[in-house]
Design a protein around this ligand. Sequence first.
Ligand code: TXA
Ligand code: MG
Length: 513
Amino acid sequence: METKIIKIDKNQINEEVIKEAGALLREGKLVAFPTETVYGLGADALQEEAAKRTYEAKGRPSDNPLIVHIADYDDLKKIAINIPPETDMLAAHFWPGPLTMIFQKSDIVPYGTTGGLDTVAVRMPVDPIAQALIREAGGFVSAPSANTSGRPSPTTAQHVEEDLNGKIDMILDGGTVDIGLESTILDMTVSPPMILRPGAITEEMFEKVIGPVNVDQTLLSENSTQAPKAPGMKYRHYAPKAKLMIVEGDLREEILAIRQLAYEADRKGHPVGIIATSETLPFYNHGIVKNIGTRENEKSIARNLYGVLREFDEENVDTIYSESFAVQGMGTAIMNRLEKAAGHLRISASEVVKLQKYRRITFVSGTDSARGPMCAELLRHCDLKQEYVIDSRGMVVLFPEPANQKAEAVMKSVQMTLEGHSSLQLDPEEIQEDTLILTIDQSEKEKILAECDASENVYTLNEFTGDNTEIPDPYGKPLTAYGECLEVLERIIKKLADKLNSLMEEGKWEEQS
Ligand code: TXA
Ligand code: MG
């Protein structure tokens, strides 16, 4: 089947196009169209046969009911019965808009549309293209999200094309949707009404209009033995190809943990994907990082979520780590979709981070011109399980100077360089809880201990590595003395790397699911 793709502008709707699309729907055919939430796969809701085609095109289990979209509030009475009185208030506030309400169905709604249920889900979208199409099609258009079952819902016409090209009759391309997550579903057949799927209309917003509502408890705990009340919520929707894991903790720990996980993965030659935000983007230097939006505006995150998941399907990554978001307001819907996409896999950020006793390693020598910078450069070339900031400082640096030329010459002989090094005086303020200070001589250690109270993490290099070989001071001696010094340092720094790596090993973090 050839799928006709037609661009349409919601501010200047081309009536001819709507007529053509409406006619297709009346014939029982399938037309994908934009709504404010996600793109829908439209069919005439009152034709059993059309519902069948919908399930086929999506590859969706037919016990998963469809939402019937209307354009005029009066039409609700034709497809629903026993409509409770609060409905008027809710409709006045939230329709047209991203709210779906469930009622008992009337006889004109075929069981094919409701997946065999006696209830019907109804939504009145606000998108003008959707409204025009629904009216043209006769008033009742069933529309699940226009994705292949199991793929993220489409937020652009291109997403629909990726999944359904050749399987449906037409796609109306109205650009990128506004909200990006599916409508909130509210079950009106129980009292008080119950939220079956979180969305842009939140629990707090309902409460302001009709008082407290309930929330389907199976949404809150992934281990629930009960099936969720909206049949579609039981499927592992929105599944990206890669394994997605949500890293949970406070934001600082989440960043540190994801950095570590991405570093480890790069080291093993399997780059990972990272879902970051505008605010956290600059902190990542490993992996394939995508910006999902700004933490200042959760709506931007909702709008980009599915698009980012789809983009990762095009990347060669087999794991994606995502930061997490506060479960409140729109965040409830964001985390609900993210957790479903992750199949509820999560990692505790603090479990990862607690293994990182040190994050910065500073070598301290007298003038910071030879042995200190040599140690730093040697360590940078070691294979470390954790990423460290590695630098060097001096105890008596009057002004910044490049590295000693003989030191540079011996480093060059082992394919390393001190080029660009500039000596710096140690500033006690720089010593943080996670800084490991390693001095070349005992005298420097004593001086630091006397000058600042960072006693815990200050060691001589010999002491920390348990290697008692004296580190010779080549200053003022010929090049061979620098060469001998390098040999000693190479051995000790190798031991240092082993020790740091074994610290990481202790109590490896575990994935939780
Ligand atoms: O925002 C949306 O609601 C989008 C756009 C296209 O309007 N549509 C959408 O449809 O998300 P779909 O089919 O992907 O999701 C419909 C959800 C499913 O989880 C389904 O189980 C639930 O609504 N549902 C439909 N009828 C129901 C009923 N009678 N009782 C309980 N849940 C129902
Ligand atoms: Mg869907």
